[in-house]
Ligand binder design. Structure first.
Ligand code: ZN
Ligand code: ZN
Length: 207
């Protein structure tokens, strides 16, 4: 919009025509509709089903449940964005459907950050953290969530922990060309995005 537009003509400041309300078929009128969809929608435990995994942030204000045995896939991401935003050499992310997840308090207590836009307004993709202790909880994409398995209660015995490591074991590494440390685990290592970049060996050389 041109700078010389009279302020009274700014569409943001004009009252919205009433007709937009009567024709809307969206029960939430498009406003914060995402709060009424998984993973933020609070469903009954009967609708949600058996809880397979629980996760919680450091301060305990944010907790979530997963009703799926294992992730669709899991990855270590070595990209610069993950290094900076996690304060860690790489990110560990496990992919679930949005329906597989439910936050106990819905969207309450969560903060959002869209790193592409550098915006804290909710939009996808976004990074989700606890508003209080700032623990990173997940990256929400348009269709899936990438949760950080460090938050999941994996039990206390060696056997329980072995089992959880097996369930959340990564399929591959991505952005391995940006790695801070080398991980000689024999898993596929992509220089950038998986299936869209070159495969590297454990030492980072092209295969
Ligand atoms: Zn917290
Ligand atoms: Zn990354």
């Amino acid at each position: 919009m041109a700078d010389d537009t009279p302020i009274s003509m700014d569409p943001e400041l004009l009252p919205k025509p009433a007709a937009t309300h009567t024709v809307s078929e969206d029960p939430f009128d498009g406003k914060e509709e995402w709060k009424h969809r998984p993973p933020y929608e609070i469903r009954s435990m009967k609708d949600f089903g058996e809880v397979k995994w629980r996760g919680s942030c450091q301060c305990g204000r944010v907790t979530y449940m997963l009703n799926r045995d294992k992730p669709l896939a899991a990855k270590f991401c070595h990209c610069r964005g993950c290094q900076v935003m996690h304060g860690a050499p790489f990110q560990w992310a496990a992919i679930f459907h949005k329906e597989d997840m439910m936050f106990k308090n819905g969207s309450q207590g969560l903060s959002f950050y869209a790193s592409g836009e550098k915006s804290r307004d909710y939009q996808t993709p976004t990074k989700v953290s606890c508003s209080f202790c700032r623990t990173p909880i997940m990256d929400e994409g348009r269709r899936v969530v990438l949760i950080f398995p460090e938050l999941i209660d994996f039990g206390h015995t060696d056997e329980e922990q072995r089992e959880r490591r097996r369930v959340f074991e990564v399929n591959c590494h991505i952005f391995y060309s940006k790695r801070i440390i080398e991980i000689p685990d024999g898993k596929p290592k992509w220089s950038g995005l998986d299936n869209e970049s070159e495969l590297l060996n454990d030492a980072g050389h092209k295969l």
